[in-house]
Write a protein that binds this ligand. Structure first.
Ligand code: NAD
Ligand code: GLY
Length: 356
């Protein structure tokens, strides 16, 4: 097992990464406070991994809260189901929530923990690659609104993140690739050496080689932990983690939640960010090709859906959380393996990228 720490003073927490960790009860028990737990999962993941967490919570008064599966259920309405079941189970201020699932379960459980009786403890047990390398770390929690992705939420850090890479055995190939989009993202942000490593090991990652996966997860979490420790509330550099996300969120919202996987939308968003960077003269066409090649190698799309017009894209992007006082900032590339957050881009160049 390898352990990293997200360094946030008295709210610091460990990320444990390894094989067979769901069976090591003490790793989670060390972070449960009180006598009551509630495991939040969904109807797909529960039959696979809930038993293991029942062993962990055997000494506690535990309730299972099983949500419907899918991004389209990441809503305030389903969030209310969590609160209803917590209240019925008499969860109190000392109860601990356990999020067993991908980013949807993790974001919704974290939001429930942030709000329930003004804030209780929670533990992330991510079961998708995307959740292991990104959403379970850093304390961004929340739900979607019909008008915008992740628009309702709170910052609330977990007590612990437990990454059991064995859970990836049951994840389908499309979801694995979606997670690789967020892994690749860290390379584009500021790590060209990691991009070279990914280029050389992509086949192994797609074949689920555990050594390669562990390295990619550890390295990604290291990047995320550093950025979150430096800028927990996204006053500055944390916005870099949104590379490809403004374009991507527009695709997710525009197509209808769940039609495109989050990671697929982010993959295309990173290509669009590269294209805009090239139009600004910051990177070369050869660099854009390298971005596309690496993303394709991970079996991810590089073209946005034809259904979304340039006007729709602009309108959807104007609701992004990186719009402040009406000014949109984007994460753009200044070289292959280096990105910046900027509002200093040409609107005509953006329009050209949105017009396919
Ligand atoms: P997801 O949670 O919908 O999971 C993908 C699918 O895989 C689901 O059908 C799920 O039931 C299934 N699944 C999960 N684990 C499995 C396993 N081990 N075996 C078999 N099936 C399994 O999607 P995701 O990609 O994990 O997360 C996407 C969400 O995360 C989006 O809502 C996105 O906005 C959010 N997100 C949040 C942050 C953050 O910082 N909080 C960062 C990135 C993404
Ligand atoms: N996934 C973006 C962030 O955590 O800031």
């Amino acid at each position: 097992m390898q352990t990293l720490t997200v360094d946030l003073g008295e709210r610091s927490y460990p990320i444990h990464i390894g094989s067979g960790l769901l069976q090591q009860n003490e790793l989670i028990q060390a972070h449960i406070q009180g006598k009551t737990t509630a495991i939040v999962s969904n109807e797909t993941i529960a039959p696979l991994y809930l038993d293991a967490l029942h062993q962990t919570t055997a000494l506690y008064n535990n309730t299972d809260i099983i949500l419907p599966d899918g991004e389209k259920y990441k809503t305030l309405e389903i969030e209310q189901q969590i609160f209803n079941e917590m209240l019925s189970a008499r969860c109190d201020r000392k109860s601990t929530l356990l999020a067993l699932g991908g980013g949807v379960v993790g974001d919704m459980t974290g939001f429930a923990a942030a709000c329930y009786q003004r804030g209780i403890h929670f533990i992330q047990v991510p079961t998708t690659l995307l959740a292991m390398v990104d959403s379970s770390v850093g304390g961004k929690t929340g739900v979607n609104h019909p008008l915008g992705k992740n628009m309702i939420g709170a910052f609330h850090q977990p007590q612990c993140v437990l990454v059991d890479i064995d859970t990836l055995d049951t994840l389908d190939d499309k979801q694995l690739s979606a997670g690789l989009a967020e892994v690749i993202k860290y390379g584009f942000i500021n790590d060209p050496e990691f991009l070279d490593w990914l280029d050389r090991h992509m086949e192994k990652l797609l074949q689920r080689d555990k050594e390669a996966l562990t390295y990619a997860i550890y390295h990604s979490c290291q990047h995320k932990a550093e950025i979150v420790a430096a800028d927990e509330r996204e006053a500055g550099q944390r916005a870099l983690l949104n590379l490809g996300h403004t374009f991507g969120h527009a695709i997710e919202t525009g197509m209808g939640y769940g039609e495109w996987l989050h990671g697929e939308a982010v993959a295309v968003g990173m290509v669009m960010a590269a294209e805009l960077s090239q139009k600004m003269g910051w990177i070369k066409s050869n660099d854009v090709q390298r971005v596309k090649d690496l993303i394709s190698k991970a079996n991810l799309p590089t073209e946005p859906p034809k259904e979304i017009s340039a006007e729709q894209f602009s309108q959807l992007m104007s609701i992004d959380k990186k719009v402040q006082d009406g000014v949109l900032s984007l994460v753009l590339m200044t070289s292959y393996g280096q990105s910046i957050v900027t509002s200093d881009f040409d609107q005509k160049a953006l329009k050209a990228v949105l017009t396919r």
